[in-house]
Design a binder for this molecule. Structure first.
Ligand SMILES: Cc1ncc(COP(=O)(O)O)c(C=O)c1O
Length: 380
């Protein structure tokens, strides 16, 4: 099998699964219980959070463990907006966010907030001047992704953070789900106030993730009924999930620099070989792109047919983001980049992980070329 849909989800790293099953089996007590078993589990959570804090250069009491990216984005964006409602009602985001941010902002508009959706250039990147121009006295939150999940564009998070240093009344939330363990991210140095990560994108378990909330940032909870996770995510903790997330994060960050050269080489190869194939338009930018994501369209061909043909060869790629891939309508991201309707509805995403090998990419390139040639003949 050649699995190239790692932006949708990754395989579970064996040692992550091992830590999950070991904790689930042996440390099953409720961490809120005051007996010895409970205390042991509570200590386990503390250790995991301390490890995560060290890895990310943050404090352990700035970590809220969640079920993943969608939950983290909802808790942060709604929680910050609700907490600052009296100070202002304006939120800034971009036109290319993942649905867990984009639709949360649409929902907040229904609640009465005003949202500016920043446009992007042809490569999917926002312009810094647009952020500055969008700021008003009413602005309370800027929320932006670090790496785009469809085409891989890297947003200038550090520069936006620098601008927002001058606006202490505006919170800065970053969705770093596609960047963590892949490209550098500095939460504190870049003035990020809150940041979401997801376990299953970094070879961790599904249903695991975390939200960084800078100490002192006021966030109103979405759920009530317990004091766990600073009261922002009440309910009995997913202890095996927390412990295994810490391990997945460590492995991802350990791999980041060692596989970088390989992944960049594979990305370059994909770019050069696929760009020249018949009828192909590459959508990922040639610069300022996560090397883990490569996205292209073949406007004359139905992407589901191409995906099916590759699937018959045991090669797995996807159309756009996992949440939207079953609906064949055009991509909001590609439309925002200026692509016409046909190109925006025929996208194919190839996404790699540290496990991806050069041989796999070579086999994929060959199979894709063959499939496009065959299908183009039928279409003629
Ligand atoms: C950029 C981005 N944000 C948020 C999410 C949602 O994460 P999860 O699947 O953990 O809810 C995803 C998942 O595809 C993503 O790529």
């Amino acid at each position: 099998m050649i699995y190239l849909d790692n932006s949708a989800t990754t395989t579970v790293e064996p040692s992550v699964l091992e830590s999950y099953t070991s904790v689930a089996t042996n440390l099953f007590a409720n961490p809120s219980s005051i007996h010895g078993l409970g205390s042991e589990v509570e200590a386990m959570i503390f250790t995991a959070k301390t490890q995560i804090a060290t890895l990310l250069d943050i404090h352990s009491d700035e970590i809220i463990m969640t079920s993943g990216g969608t939950e983290g984005n909802n808790i942060a964006i709604k929680g910050i907006a609700h907490a600052r409602k009296r100070r202002g009602n304006h939120i800034i985001t971009t036109m290319v966010e993942h649905p867990s941010v984009y639709e949360t902002c649409v929902h907040l508009e229904e609640e009465g907030f005003k949202v500016t959706y920043l446009p992007v250039d042809a490569s999917g990147r926002i312009r810094i001047e647009d952020v500055e121009q969008a700021l008003t006295d009413e602005t309370i939150l800027v929320t932006m992704m670090h790496v785009n999940n469809e085409i891989g564009t890297i947003q200038p998070i550090e520069q936006v953070g620098n601008i927002l240093k001058n606006y202490p009344g505006i919170a800065f939330h970053v969705d770093a789900i596609q960047s963590i363990g892949k490209i550098p991210l500095q939460m504190k140095r870049w003035n990020i106030d809150s940041c979401t990560l997801s376990g299953h994108k970094i070879h961790g378990m599904k249903g695991t993730g975390m939200l960084y909330i800078r100490k002192g940032l006021h966030v109103l909870p979405l759920f009530h009924g317990g004091n766990q996770e600073l009261g922002l995510r009440p309910g009995t903790e997913h202890v095996p999930g927390i412990v295994s997330f810490a391990r997945a994060l460590r492995l991802a960050l350990d791999q980041q620099s060692t596989v970088r050269e390989k992944i960049e080489r594979l990305h370059d190869k994909l770019y050069q070989r696929v760009e020249v194939m018949q009828g192909v338009h590459v959508n990922s930018p040639s610069e300022g792109c996560s090397p883990y994501i490569f996205h292209f369209s073949v406007p004359q061909l139905k992407p589901e047919v191409l995906i099916h043909m590759l699937g018959e060869k045991d090669i797995y790629v996807s159309t756009k983001s996992a949440c939207a891939s079953k609906s064949m309508e055009e991509s909001r991201v590609l439309r925002a980049c200026g692509s016409e309707k046909e190109r925006a509805s025929t996208g194919i995403r190839v996404s790699m992980s540290y496990e991806t090998t050069e041989e796999e990419i070579d086999v994929f390139i060959q199979a894709l070329d063959k499939a496009i040639t065959q299908l183009s003949k039928v279409m003629r």
